[in-house]
Design a protein around this ligand. Structure first.
Ligand code: HAM
Length: 429
């Protein structure tokens, strides 16, 4: 038969990958932990479509943001609609808040989401074109306790996954105080315009705050002497930020202030935060594993209605990379017991035994399609199980089963109905 597709396209598209085995196991563990803590704190899950009308992202993420400028997967449908694969989750959730009548629910509305997002970026370590996020949003709340809740949950998730990251905080002011800062920032960068990268020269006209987010070396250098927002914030923003910091102290969440933290999206106002893994060597870049902030103008921008809100999202692929580096994290999924069966009667009895183990919540591996002892033992050692159960013809007839300790090779014969209790006892020792 001749092949119908070229070899080059029999691979996942750049920046995407298949998820299975340990990789998928770790992701599930992350999702479980995120869901468990978010639900305990009163967040309910929301699932929005994987694509939305392009305009809602174009209008709200910022014309000069990397996402709108170069990273959106936008397409025209056969019906003529212009749609975009969601590059992030906050805008769709604000859209849903208004569309689905959440305005009339008791406020604040607390939502969480888990899923895939899409950005056309250059793939590298921890950066994909389809990537996972876990996000939290609190809609309809202007108090600083909302920021505190989101950050607290994020730090709890990291702690319970056994991960450490540095928390950086900043305030970028509001409509009252940001214009004066913007003006001085433009004046500063105009003086040094020749040192700016091509993108930043353009950003200077469209959104000067974006310059603080540029990763180009010359722009990073210039940033060091740029004016800092904290010097410009109005009394209201200052008081709000102080409250956020007081909450951090009360909850004993360590943080540092990063006066140049602006985040890559335009909808933020007041508090912004990021969880980062600092570089271990001078060549390494810092890795942002999660971030968010307050976005009190997004409701007005999208629906013409005021909505105080705050949220944040973790990059699940990045959490997963970190966990993969940790010894033994994928250990938990390893079954500790392997069932070997020999002969027709034993095979039939095995089906009931597997079910008994499932009910007892003891992971058990088996290969009912294999017949030979050697083949099944080989598989058991490959899976590195602690015990093999051997159900041969003789055992199946006389109502017994053999438990073999894989490390020592020591075997014992026990009555068939006692096998689960015996394994439980042995596993404890
Ligand atoms: P973001 O900072 O653009 O924020 O993304 C959040 C996290 O997603 C990042 O910190 C990073 O870990 C991960 N991430 C972003 N892009 C990629 C990629 N290409 N590959 C792998 N991981 C990636 C937002 O998306 C906001 N919606 C967060 C938010 C929620 N703000 C308020 N509410």
């Amino acid at each position: 038969m001749s092949r119908l597709v070229k070899k080059e396209i029999l691979v996942t598209p750049k920046g995407t990958r298949d998820l299975f085995s340990d990789e998928l196991f770790i992701r599930k563990k992350i999702h479980e932990k995120c869901r468990e803590i978010a639900e305990y704190y009163g967040f309910q899950e929301i699932q929005t479509p994987h694509f939305e009308h392009s305009e809602i992202f174009e209008a709200s993420l910022g014309a000069a943001s990397d996402i709108v400028e170069k990273q959106m997967y936008t397409f025209r449908t056969r019906g003529g609609d212009q749609l975009t694969l969601r590059p992030e989750g906050t805008v769709p959730i604000v859209r849903a808040y208004f569309e689905d009548g959440m305005l009339s629910w008791p406020q604040p509305v607390m939502l969480y989401y888990v899923g895939s997002f899409f950005r056309h970026e250059s793939p590298q370590k921890g950066r994909f074109r389809e990537f996972g996020q876990f996000g939290l949003e609190i809609l309809g709340e202007d108090l600083a306790v909302a920021e505190a809740t989101i950050i607290r949950i994020f730090s709890l998730i990291l702690k319970e996954l056994g991960l450490e990251a540095a928390l950086e905080l900043n305030t970028i002011g509001d409509k009252e105080c940001r214009p004066a800062y913007r003006k001085d920032l433009i004046a500063y960068y105009r003086k040094h315009v020749n040192y700016l990268c091509k993108d930043c020269k353009r950003r200077l006209k469209e959104n000067p705050l974006r310059l603080l987010d540029c990763k180009e070396e010359s722009c990073v250098e210039l940033k060091k002497n740029a004016p800092q927002m904290i010097e410009y914030v109005c009394d209201n923003c200052k008081a709000h930020f102080k409250e956020v910091l007081d909450f951090m102290d009360a909850a004993e969440i360590p943080y540092s202030l990063n006066p140049y933290l602006v985040r890559g999206l335009d909808y933020y106002t007041r508090t912004v935060f990021e969880f980062v893994i600092p570089p271990k060597t001078p060549e390494e870049k810092r890795m942002e594993i999660g971030g968010g902030g307050r976005y009190d103008y997004l409701g007005d921008l999208l629906a013409g209605k005021p909505l105080a809100a705050v949220g944040g999202a973790f990059g699940v692929d990045r959490l997963s990379e970190l966990l993969k580096e940790k010894d033994g994290f994928a250990e938990g999924k390893r079954p500790k017991v392997f069932l070997i069966q020999l002969g027709e009667v034993a095979k039939k009895k095995s089906l009931c035994l597997i079910e008994e183990f499932r009910k007892a919540k003891i992971p058990l591996a088996q290969s009912l399609s294999k017949d030979s002892l050697r083949g099944q033992l080989r598989l058991a050692s490959k899976l590195e199980v602690d015990f093999s159960l051997i159900l041969g013809q003789k055992e199946a007839m006389d109502g017994t089963i053999i438990i073999r300790e894989m490390d020592s090779g020591v075997q014992e014969i026990i009555p068939f109905p006692k096998v689960i209790d015996r394994i439980k006892t042995k596993a404890k020792n």
